[in-house]
Design a protein around this ligand. Sequence first.
Ligand SMILES: O=c1ccn([C@@H]2O[C@H](COP(=O)(O)O)[C@@H](O)[C@H]2O)c(=O)[nH]1
Length: 278
Amino acid sequence: MESFGARLHRAVTERGPLCVGIDPHPGLLARWGLSDDVRGLDRFSRTVVEALGDRVAVVKPQSAFFERFGSQGVGILESTIRQLRDAGSLVLLDVKRGDIGSTVAAYAAAYLDPSSPLYVDAVTASPYLGVGSLAPMFELAAAHGGGVFVLALTSNPEGAAVQRAVTADGRTVAQTVIDEISQLNRGAEPLGSFGLVVGATIGDTGHDLSGVNGPLLAPGLGAQGGTAAGLRTVFGSSLPSVLPSYSREVLHAGPDTAALRAAAERVLADCRAALTGA
Ligand SMILES: O=c1ccn([C@@H]2O[C@H](COP(=O)(O)O)[C@@H](O)[C@H]2O)c(=O)[nH]1
């Protein structure tokens, strides 16, 4: 079974370092001339898949925007996941799950077991019940070639108070998360399957990401004020592991598929330049 890290490495090599989110905000549905209901949600998601599914390395549906329509919305999420897989992009479900270990095992079964209707390539997870509580997710991901991206230093301003608090051993909470994920990726080639979420908005915080050996998902670009040029300040020598993530910045260009593709190409060019220094 090929690992998620290896599959991600290949996707980024072939398609470029870019993740685009599917975030059907009510305002975006209106901007696209769509109704704020399941029909609008379905049209929105299909349009993004049609425009980007065959060219972007990773697509990240934001589960919240599907869940708000109940079971029908979750049904559309399931079909969006299938369409993305058929189109060839990796699917990272942004669902930020976390709980006691026995419940995490059920979340793992929901998203990382190939027999589940919501099976995806990778999920986002919250470490605030302890990184160890996520072990069932890490185990199922490893067994089936999946990935898990754990929140470390999030893009929102409120995150710092918790994530940068200093623990008894002098490390920040975020650094303890970073170090535990680094352990999981030890020796993995070409890239570990366990990633971290580090916002593109946070500036230079002095955290040590050098040992992660896994993907660093960088949301916060565009609408939240982060810039491709600023990635160097946030990630320093870890830039080659960064997977930049945009949602509204690209989605604002829709519903025209050519315009969505052009927006994705523009941000990808910015990111390539920022990540390679070219
Ligand atoms: O630290 C984080 C973690 C996750 N997100 C999610 O990414 C997208 C960002 O959307 P934009 O429109 O590009 O701002 C969204 O789904 C967030 O829930 C994040 O922003 N920051």
